[in-house]
Design a protein around this ligand. Structure first.
Ligand SMILES: Cc1ncc(COP(=O)(O)O)c(C=O)c1O
Length: 400
């Protein structure tokens, strides 16, 4: 019996297709046509989770005490592990009871935060381009997303002057993310000070997503929101173990910051889930104790790939600025091509999967995101295939 006549709820029907799901369909089609795919689409780190983390998880799994429902708000030990890490890393003191909450991956928390705080019709300020959960969460909650269009001439930094006072006055939340997915842009500390002052002035919840806290190069150290005086009065920061520790499949993240905001999110979550499997919390604790040597190895890995690919793209006519952080390059489509047209062209001609910039909002149109998730041999093959297929960046003055 077909149930086609049963309509999904408006909040699902009106959402644009999740681009990564659409990309999966395109990839399946290309595979069925015999394409040998190289997937640089998703930010899914390829390496193994560090052995001490896996070992800690195996030992925890053998302990039957970990097999029941975990505490809703996370184990005391993991919450303490989070705030200890935060103190070591940023020299900021947090209360593990009220100012840290483990999440089933940060995407879950970023989305549910909007459900916890946004009423239908409330304004939510979101940069465009942005990580999709930053605008899809507010959309699911029935909020009105006000796009702050980011511009290359401003190095993809939010220009707070672009937000009209009348909108700022009505806004409930402002999401932001530096180092940025997808643009790989970073923000100076002064920017963090300005945005905290802005949020305090307009009484807006400030949500910073520090997904790429550790994936930074050449001595650059990303700023944490909570390092800024006054930030904790209005803000929270989301973290994930997915990228730094190759733990994307494990689904471990956490939020730190303002206790009132965290409490609201926690209340919503007690109605949705039972908290993070205790075994994963043990693993999370082990990850946060990994030595600096491990972090340096990860940073070196992505830095090497960044340099290799920037050099490869430069042979094809692209002038890609040296990124200071993240696992992405953000490159312009050849003139006259939209993001989708370019992604499809590259996929058909080379089997290489890229992410169209408009997947991150209208502000990403005209760009594609390239993930640095393969080793240099494979990235060399990508450049080779581009060359063979004649794919290059053409400027108005001709082919470079
Ligand atoms: C900016 C940003 N935030 C959050 C996430 C999701 O991370 P998690 O695996 O913790 O859900 C990603 C994943 O790509 C991301 O790029």
């Amino acid at each position: 019996m077909s149930l086609d006549w049963i309509e999904p709820a408006e909040r699902i029907k009106t959402l644009p297709t999740y681009v990564f799901a659409h990309l999966d369909e395109l990839k399946a089609k290309a595979l069925a046509q015999g394409q040998d795919l190289i997937d640089l689409g998703m930010g899914n780190p390829g390496g193994p989770t560090p052995k001490p983390v896996v070992d800690a998880a195996i030992a925890a799994l053998q302990d039957a005490n970990n097999h029941g429902y975990p505490p809703f708000a996370g184990t005391t030990s993991f919450r303490q592990g989070i705030t200890d890490w935060y103190r070591r890393r940023y020299d900021v003191l947090l209360n593990p009871e009220t100012e840290a909450l483990p999440l089933l991956g940060s995407k879950e928390g970023l989305t549910h935060l909007a459900m916890a705080y946004v009423n239908p019709g409330d304004f939510v300020l979101v940069p465009s381009p942005a990580y999709p959960a930053h605008f899809r969460g507010p959309m699911l909650a029935g909020g009105k997303v006000y796009n702050i269009i980011l511009k290359p001439e401003n190095n993809w930094l939010i220009d707070l002057k672009d937000i009209p006072d009348t909108i700022a006055e009505q806004a409930k939340i402002l999401y932001f993310n530096y180092p940025s997915n997808p643009t790989a842009a970073t923000a100076p500390r002064e920017f963090f000070q300005d945005i905290v002052a802005f949020a305090r002035k307009h009484e807006i919840i400030l949500v910073h997503d520090l997904c790429y806290a550790e994936l930074a190069f050449d001595g650059y150290q990303p700023t944490s929101l909570l390092e800024i005086p006054g930030a904790k009065d209005i803000g929270v920061e989301f973290h994930t173990l997915s990228k730094t520790y190759n733990m994307a499949g494990w689904r471990v993240g956490f939020v730190v910051g303002n206790s009132h905001i965290i409490k609201g999110l926690g209340t919503l979550k007690t109605n949705l889930d039972y908290g993070l499997f205790s075994v994963l919390q043990v693993a999370g604790e082990a990850a946060l104790q990994m030595p600096d040597k491990y972090l340096h190895q990860v940073q070196e890995l992505y830095r090497t790939r960044r340099d290799f690919l920037i050099q490869g793209f430069s042979q094809l006519g692209w002038d890609v600025p040296k990124t200071k952080a993240t696992m992405y390059l953000w490159i312009k489509c050849p003139p006259g091509m939209s993001s989708i047209e370019f992604v499809l062209d590259v996929l058909q001609k080379t089997g290489v999967v890229l992410t169209p910039g408009n997947a991150f909002g209208d502000g990403g149109e005209g760009y594609v995101r390239v993930s640095l998730i393969k080793d240099c041999d494979c990235l060399g093959e990508v450049i080779q295939r581009f060359k063979q297929a004649g794919i290059c960046y053409k400027s108005e003055v001709g082919v470079y």
